[in-house]
Design a protein around this ligand. Structure first.
Ligand SMILES: *Cc1c(COP(=O)(O)O)cnc(C)c1O
Length: 428
C-alpha cells in the first residue's frame, strides 16, 4: 500500500485497493445491514461492532447442547460449559498481546473495573490518589469517584484529573508524564484509557506504566476503545491490570461478556479481592470447602459460572481476530484511516476539522470530526449521512465519530463517506 499523502483519491482506486487487500475476505464473515436496498457504510464499530455470521450458529449450538444434554452439558460435548471461558482465552490473549493465563472473559466492563480496583487500588493516608484524564468516559469517572469514597477519602483531593493541553483537545505525552512526576508520591493508582473514546487519541501504555512504576504507583488501563483496534502488547507493557468490553471493536454483541488482564507477576501474590466460587482453584472447586483458594492468574478473579449464551459470540469473534492477525489488521487499519484522513484534508478541508492526532502511533482507527461553522451544521451533516446509509455517531456537543474498522470496512466505504459529505456541502 502506498504511503499516506500519495493516495489516488478516485473511486476506481479505492475499489482496486479493496480488491488487492489480503484481508478483504473478512468482510464476508459479517452481516452488513442494508438501507434502502443497499449495504450501509458502517463506521460505528467503535460503538457496537457488526455481527459475525458465525455468532448465530455458535449461540444455537449451545441452545441445542442445553436441550439435548441438560445438566450434563457442563461436562460433555466438544465444549463443555465447565471450562467454556477457556475456549475464548487463547484468542483473546492474542488480541491483547498477553499470556493466556493473564486474560479472562467475564462480567461487563464497569464491573471488571470495580473488581480490579478492589485488588489494585489500595489507598493509604500518604498515597490516596487516583490519576485519570479529565475527559474520562463517565462510567470510569463514576467508578473511580465511588471507589475513593468507599475507602473513606475525598475525591476533591484524591481524584486528580489531567487536563488536555494540546490545541486540538488531546493530551501530550509530556503532560501525562509530568503529572505522574508531580503527583507520583501521592498516587495509589494511575488509570488511563488505551484509546480516548471522544478524540480517538491512543496512549503509550508502556511509557505511562514505566513512569508510574518508577514512583511506586499501580497502573491500570481501560481498553474499551483499544481492544481489537490497536496491536496491544499488554504483557510487555508491564501494566498491572487492564479491562475492556467486547461489544465495540470485538464484535461480540450488545452487552457482550467483557475482559480483564492481570499481569503474570500478580498471578500468585495474595491480594485482597472480592471472591466467588468460579475464581476458586478448579481442581478443588467442587469439594465445596469453606476456604477460598484462588486459581492462579486472571481466572482467579472470576465470581460466577459464566453466561454461556453470551460467551458463544465472543468465542467465534475472537477467533476471527486470531485468524486475521493483529499485526496485519493494524497495518490495514493504518492504511484505511490514513486514506480517510487524506481524503478529508484534500476535499473537505473547508467543512471538516479532524480532532484526532494525525500520527498513526497516536491514534487507533477512529477519526473525530467537527464541522466548521455553527453547531447546527454538525447535526445537519450527521442527519444527512444517516439518511444516506452512512452510519457514523454523534457525540454532544459537536463531535462526529467515524471508525473505519479493518475487518469489515473497505476503502470504498471511506470514499462513500467523503462523497456523502461533499453532497451535503453542495446543498448549503
Ligand atoms: C464503552 C465504554 C464503557 C462502557 O461500560 P460498560 O460497563 O460496558 O457499560 C466504559 N468505559 C469506557 C471508556 C468506554 O468506552
Amino acid at each position: 500500500m502506498s504511503a499516506a499523502g500519495t493516495w489516488d483519491s478516485g473511486d476506481a482506486w479505492a475499489v482496486a485497493e479493496d480488491a488487492r487487500c489480503a484481508l478483504a475476505g473478512f468482510r464476508d464473515a459479517f452481516v452488513i445491514p442494508r438501507h434502502e436496498g443497499r449495504e450501509i457504510a458502517y463506521f460505528c464499530g467503535n460503538s457496537l461492532g457488526l455481527q459475525p455470521r458465525a455468532a448465530r450458529d455458535a449461540v444455537v449450538e449451545e441452545l441445542d447442547h442445553w436441550g439435548e444434554r441438560a445438566v450434563e452439558g457442563h461436562f460433555l460435548g466438544d465444549r463443555p460449559w465447565m471450562d467454556y471461558h477457556a475456549f475464548v482465552r487463547d484468542d483473546l490473549a492474542h488480541v491483547v498481546g498477553a499470556l493466556p493465563s493473564e486474560v479472562v472473559a467475564m462480567n461487563s466492563l464497569s464491573v471488571n473495573l470495580h473488581l480490579l480496583m478492589v485488588s489494585f487500588y489500595r489507598p493509604t493516608a500518604e498515597r490516596p490518589a487516583i490519576l485519570v484524564e479529565k475527559g474520562a468516559f463517565p462510567s470510569d469517572r463514576y467508578a473511580v469517584e465511588s471507589q475513593i469514597r468507599f475507602h473513606g477519602f475525598d475525591p476533591a483531593t484524591a481524584l486528580i484529573e489531567l487536563e488536555a493541553d494540546e490545541p486540538d483537545g488531546t493530551l501530550s505525552d509530556e503532560a501525562i508524564l509530568r503529572a505522574i512526576d508531580e503527583h507520583g508520591t501521592r498516587l495509589a493508582l494511575v488509570l488511563m484509557p488505551g484509546v480516548q473514546y471522544l478524540t480517538g487519541q491512543a496512549f503509550d501504555l508502556r511509557a505511562i506504566t514505566e513512569r508510574a512504576h518508577r514512583h511506586g504507583c499501580v497502573v491500570g488501563f481501560d481498553l474499551a476503545h483499544a481492544v481489537g483496534n490497536l496491536a496491544l502488547q499488554l504483557h510487555d507493557s508491564h501494566c498491572d491490570f487492564a479491562v475492556w468490553c467486547s461489544y465495540k471493536y470485538l464484535n461480540s454483541g450488545p452487552g457482550a461478556v467483557a475482559g480483564a488482564f492481570v499481569h503474570e507477576r500478580h498471578a500468585r501474590t495474595p491480594r485482597p479481592r472480592f471472591a466467588g466460587w468460579w475464581g476458586h482453584d478448579r481442581e478443588t472447586r467442587f469439594r465445596m470447602g469453606p476456604e477460598f483458594v484462588p486459581t492462579p492468574g486472571a481466572d482467579g478473579w472470576q465470581l460466577s459460572n459464566p453466561p454461556i449464551l453470551a460467551l458463544a459470540p465472543l468465542r467465534v469473534s475472537a477467533a476471527l481476530f486470531r485468524e486475521a492477525g493483529m499485526d496485519r489488521l493494524r497495518a490495514k487499519s493504518e492504511a484505511l484511516t490514513g486514506y480517510l484522513e487524506d481524503l478529508i484534508r484534500r476535499e473537505l478541508d473547508d467543512v471538516l476539522a479532524i480532532a484526532t492526532p494525525s500520527a498513526p502511533h497516536r491514534r487507533g482507527c477512529q477519526l473525530s470530526l467537527r464541522v466548521k461553522g455553527p453547531r447546527e451544521a454538525g447535526r445537519s451533516l450527521f442527519e444527512h449521512l444517516q439518511r444516506d446509509g452512512v452510519v457514523v455517531d454523534w457525540r454532544e456537543p459537536d463531535v462526529i465519530r467515524a471508525a473505519p474498522t479493518p475487518l469489515y470496512n473497505r476503502f470504498a466505504d471511506c470514499r462513500r463517506l467523503v462523497d456523502a459529505v461533499a453532497a451535503w456541502k453542495a446543498t448549503r
